[in-house]
Design a protein around this ligand. Structure first.
Ligand code: ATP
Ligand code: MG
Length: 447
């Protein structure tokens, strides 16, 4: 009798994940009322339910609300097919990357609406390392829950009843601050190695501990990341670096031996004392910006991560003696970006931003004549200046240069003119041609 009851409540351990009844946790227990979710996600669920479908807010948003964090976005899971979803919402479109997803626009919000995914059959198509290639089979909510990565991510919130549907004890794990993989961690990492990165990122971001069974295999399986398409790695890296917990994430990635596959050379950079200091300062800076809600540019971030590699290449090329200083810098920039492109698909636009920031660096050294004025007018001046400040803080360049530029920007016209350094030899010719040779008012006392 008692056994029967236990097996009704817990679904019986023997039963495969597929036969378990979920726990339905009422609002009186978890406290998340429907006004805590975005109006867009509420309306999407209402519409779908109005058409007789199941519809829940799912994944990161429910998890974040349960631990008292602000969700980044709201995803919806439903038993409606992508075509059906398309029909119910005028402003929507199907996007098909790895999984078919429907983007539904509601006012300013874009909701990602996914159809419940089915269990992976034994005949699922994989690459030679076991990574799942196609994955578009629809299924039940129960199967959908089992396909998610962590127990804390397999929680479904129904705005109509305000209940949380929990198939894998995610609520209990969250309470215990544990990030647990659903199913056998090795198998799940093999199916999708990015889950290892997600484990590190989510643990760092949410202050959770990765369950030992999920943490242990990471080191051995890290090399599987090499087979992940670069565009996906880039997306994940970007999420990681802009999570507001980049320092923690990178530190943890190094501990887990995961950084090798991500940014080739990042490990080399992190081993040079100056490079490590610079990268860590840059990441701390980014984290602080994210926490203040300020925007951050991926270009700036990647420019910092790769800068010491550029410096090393630049020295090498200059030493070969074929190129002068600036062309050598351009050659070094291209080499570094090309070598990264193999692993990380840095988009062309971001690569352009990165190069601009790097290319402006030598121009900060020119502090005479009109050149500082021209530099300040550059559209990317602000980013390049922030970059310069970081270089100074890390001890790569003399702090005086950064201070000069900080003062120069804040100064008014007369003060600026007084700050300029005297023109050096190269400017003699120009002076001779001018009618009023000393009109720039360079003041030797400003140094
Ligand atoms: P974030 O706070 O970064 O948005 P998230 O968990 O919401 O974290 P998303 O990438 O938005 O991450 O994914 C939404 C949900 O989809 C996850 O909560 C999880 O349930 C599922 N999911 C995402 N990536 C994977 C994956 N690689 N394997 C299995 N499930 C995944
Ligand atoms: Mg999300």
């Amino acid at each position: 009798m008692i056994r029967k009851l236990i097996s009704r409540v817990f679904g019986g351990k023997k039963a495969a994940a597929g036969h378990r009844e979920p726990a339905v946790i009422p609002v009186s227990t978890h406290g998340i009322t429907r006004d805590r979710i975005s109006s867009g996600s509420r309306r999407v669920c209402e519409t779908l339910q109005g058409h007789g479908h199941k519809a829940y807010v799912v994944g990161g948003a429910v998890r974040d609300l349960l631990i008292g964090a602000e969700p980044k976005d709201f995803d919806v899971a439903t038993d409606a097919t992508p075509e059906e979803i398309r029909r119910y919402f005028r402003r929507s479109r199907i996007i098909g990357r790895r999984f078919q997803i429907v983007h539904v626009m509601m006012g300013q919000e874009t909701l990602e609406v996914t159809t419940f995914r089915g269990a992976l059959g034994d005949d699922a198509k994989t690459d030679e390392h076991g990574r799942v290639l196609h994955d578009n089979v629809f299924g039940s909510q129960l199967e959908d829950a089992a396909r998610r990565d962590f127990t804390a991510n397999a929680l479904y919130y129904d705005p109509a009843t305000e209940a949380v549907v929990d198939y894998h004890h995610g609520v209990a794990d969250l309470k215990q601050k544990t990030l647990r993989v659903i199913g056998d961690p090795r198998k799940r990492y093999r199916e999708d190695p990015v889950r290892m990165l997600r484990a590190v990122r989510l643990a760092a971001k949410l202050g959770l501990l990765i369950d030992p069974a999920a943490q242990k295999p990471i080191r051995e399986m890290a090399e599987l990341l090499e087979n992940v398409p670069p565009a996906r790695l880039f997306d994940e890296m970007l999420k990681l670096l802009t999570s507001g917990h980049a320092v923690k994430c990178i530190t943890q990635l190094r501990e887990e031996g995961l950084h090798h596959g991500l940014l080739p050379l990042l490990d080399v950079i992190l081993e040079q004392p100056l490079g490590e200091k610079f990268v860590m300062l840059a990441l701390a800076n980014t984290d602080a910006r994210v926490k203040k809600g300020k925007p951050i540019s991926p270009g700036f971030l990647f420019a910092t991560l790769l800068w010491h590699e550029v410096l090393a290449q630049w020295e090498k090329i200059k030493a070969q003696g074929e190129l002068s200083t600036i062309p050598a810098l351009y050659a070094a920039m291209d080499e570094v970006l090309d070598s990264q492109a193999e692993k990380l698909a840095i988009t062309r636009r971001i690569a352009g931003d990165i190069k601009e920031i790097w290319a402006l660096q030598p121009r900060f050294e020119a502090r005479a004549g009109k050149r500082p004025y021209a530099l300040i007018e550059q559209p990317r001046f602000r980013a390049a200046y922030d970059f310069l400040v970081l270089r100074a803080e890390a001890g790569e360049i003399d702090g005086e240069l950064a201070v000069w530029w900080t003062t120069f920007q804040e100064a008014d016209g007369e003060e600026r003119a007084a700050m300029l350094l005297p023109d050096k030899a190269g400017d003699k010719k120009r002076r001779r041609r001018r009618k009023k040779p000393r009109s720039e008012g360079a003041s030797p006392t400003s140094e």
